[in-house]
Design a protein around this ligand. Structure first.
Ligand code: VGL
Ligand code: ZN
Length: 241
């Protein structure tokens, strides 16, 4: 009888240590947020040159409000900013005879030719959210010869400071959303996963250039183990993985 009591005590202790311990470990994983390319040229709100469907005032407000919630929850917030020189190779205007959305080979990759967008220091390149939300803004796409959908590196493999910034802050899990689901959000989320971060993508805080490529992007992200949430849910963000 006495042994039985001790056994129960040992059992309870064991479960408390194992499950309590893992729950505590989950809580202590540091989480960062990457808000991708919320810039005038990508929005209907600002009549942008590469305005993505569904990027109206309500969308920008939803992104701003939800980003505030994440900051209030204590997560450091990072922004990416597409920041091209006027002679950038991704602009159709820099390829005589080509038109917007043509696809060419550039450095052995398929390159979509875009309308000129997010040219350095122009109003269309400005981020539409309160700058005070961000711990840092990571610029990308400055090399005229390479595109850079990913916030981590360009198509030539040149790294941005994103990974260093996240590592400096001991961030192990990132929440990613913004514009565009099928290009910069996709590439940033996939590169984060490849770099070893746990990644959560928020679908309804993101907008895509086209429905078919956006759906394909969501499927690809899920296939790489990225958790896709429909809406922001801070509890789910803390407890997933
Ligand atoms: C993007 C096309 C060209 C994006 C950037 O932010 O998704 N798309 N440059
Ligand atoms: Zn671009």
């Amino acid at each position: 009888m006495k042994n039985c009591g001790i056994m129960i005590l040992v059992g309870v202790l064991f479960f408390t240590l194992v499950f309590g311990g893992s729950a505590m470990a989950k809580e202590s994983v540091k989480i960062g947020v990457i808000v991708v390319d919320i810039q005038g040229d990508f929005t209907k709100l600002k009549n942008g040159s590469l305005a993505v469907e569904g990027t109206d005032e309500a969308y920008i407000k939803a992104v701003e409000e939800n980003t505030r919630k994440l900051k209030a929850a204590g997560f450091p917030i990072y922004a990416t900013q597409d920041w091209h020189p006027a002679n950038h190779a991704s602009f159709f205007t820099n390829h005589p005879g080509k038109k917007a959305f043509d696809v060419i080979k550039l450095n052995n990759r398929d390159q979509v030719l875009w309308p000129p967008h997010c040219v350095q220091k122009t109003p269309g390149a400005a981020i539409l959210l309160d700058k005070k939300l961000f711990k840092a803004v990571v610029k990308k796409g400055m090399d005229s010869q390479y595109d850079s959908y990913s916030g981590f590196q360009d198509d030539g493999g040149k790294k941005t400071e994103m990974d260093k910034l996240l590592k400096k802050n001991k961030i192990k899990k990132v929440v990613v959303y913004g514009i565009a689901t099928d290009y910069c959000v996709r590439a940033t989320a996939l590169d984060a996963a490849a770099a070893g971060y746990k990644v959560i993508m928020i679908k309804n805080l993101s907008r895509g250039v086209a429905p078919d490529t956006s759906q394909k992007a969501l499927d690809e992200m899920k296939a790489k183990g990225i958790v896709v949430l429909d809406d922001l849910d801070i509890e789910k963000i803390k407890t997933s993985y």
